[in-house]
Design a protein around this ligand. Structure first.
Ligand code: UDP
Length: 251
């Protein structure tokens, strides 16, 4: 079941399509245990270079999907043609469609208060039958962790989406998913898949507008976000540093 993968600046990226990522999630949920997915983009890779904990988290995930045109480009320079860009928010939508079909329970954790609930409601409209196990903002602060874990455990989800931005969401999952596995395994007859989804709840709830399709197809989503949220420019310099580092790596 292990997909082909490529290392980009020390981070593993798996060559999967949306379809395959959904199939893997389904197989893992059937198998039992706790499994983490990450949506690797250039910002993740640059952050992981200076952050041992984040690097280790990304090394131990079940699946790292190629989120972002930059990752697909860098893999190509290393001689690996990734078949599809798998954007986190779109994978989340597809996993929710699958969850509705299989009657999996889904928990939405993160974003500003009220946003997770609105995202969940929008998804129930789109996928009647979707079982919302819970929707809660919480916070990635350590002081709240125990209480949030207790809340999620009680809800026994098979899918857990965490929207605290990277790397906080991915570290949160690495620390806490194992604590959520036993309950899901005992009672719900299956495993749990957790995935950090960044700003996905904001897009789904309509709090943030996503780039139009043509902008996404032209691989200019980063430019669209920069224009709409100019305060992100400092984060986006990671894109330039990434391009330079990836070119040096593949020389
Ligand atoms: N967020 C949060 N708590 C925090 C920091 C961030 O709930 O302490 C949420 C924020 O509301 C947003 C998401 O995390 O919904 C991160 O969005 P961003 O666009 O920064 O994520 P990216 O997709 O760039 O990783």
């Amino acid at each position: 079941m292990k997909p082909r993968s490529v290392e980009i600046l020390g981070v593993r990226v798996d060559d999967v399509t949306y379809r395959e990522a959904c199939d893997i999630a389904e197989a893992l949920i059937r198998r039992g245990g706790a499994h983490q997915f990450a949506t690797v983009n250039p910002e993740f890779i640059m952050a992981a270079r200076d952050d041992d904990e984040f690097r280790q988290v990304l090394a131990s995930t079940a699946l790292n999907v190629p989120d972002g045109a930059g990752v697909v480009w860098a893999a190509g320079r290393r001689g690996v043609k990734l078949r599809e860009r798998v954007a986190g928010v779109d994978l989340m939508l597809k996993l929710c469609a699958l969850a509705a079909r299989h009657r999996w329970r889904v928990f939405f954790l993160g974003a500003q208060p009220g946003v997770a609930e609105r995202a969940a409601a929008a998804l129930v409209l789109a996928h009647p039958g979707l079982m919302v196990a819970g929707a809660y903002a919480g916070s990635p602060r350590r002081e709240e962790e125990m209480a949030i874990v207790a809340r999620v455990r009680a809800a026994q989800p098979q899918l857990l989406f965490v929207a605290y931005g990277a790397p906080a969401q991915d570290k949160w999952l690495a620390r806490n998913l194992p604590l959520l596995a036993t309950v899901a395994g005992d009672d719900a007859g299956g495993g749990i898949v957790g995935m950090g989804v960044g700003g996905a709840f904001d897009f789904i709830a309509g709090v943030q507008k996503r780039a139009p399709d043509w902008v996404q197809r032209a691989n200019l989503e980063w430019l669209y976000r920069l224009v709409r949220q100019p305060w992100r420019w400092r984060r986006q310099t990671a894109l330039i540093r990434f391009a330079v580092a990836a070119m040096l790596e593949s020389r």
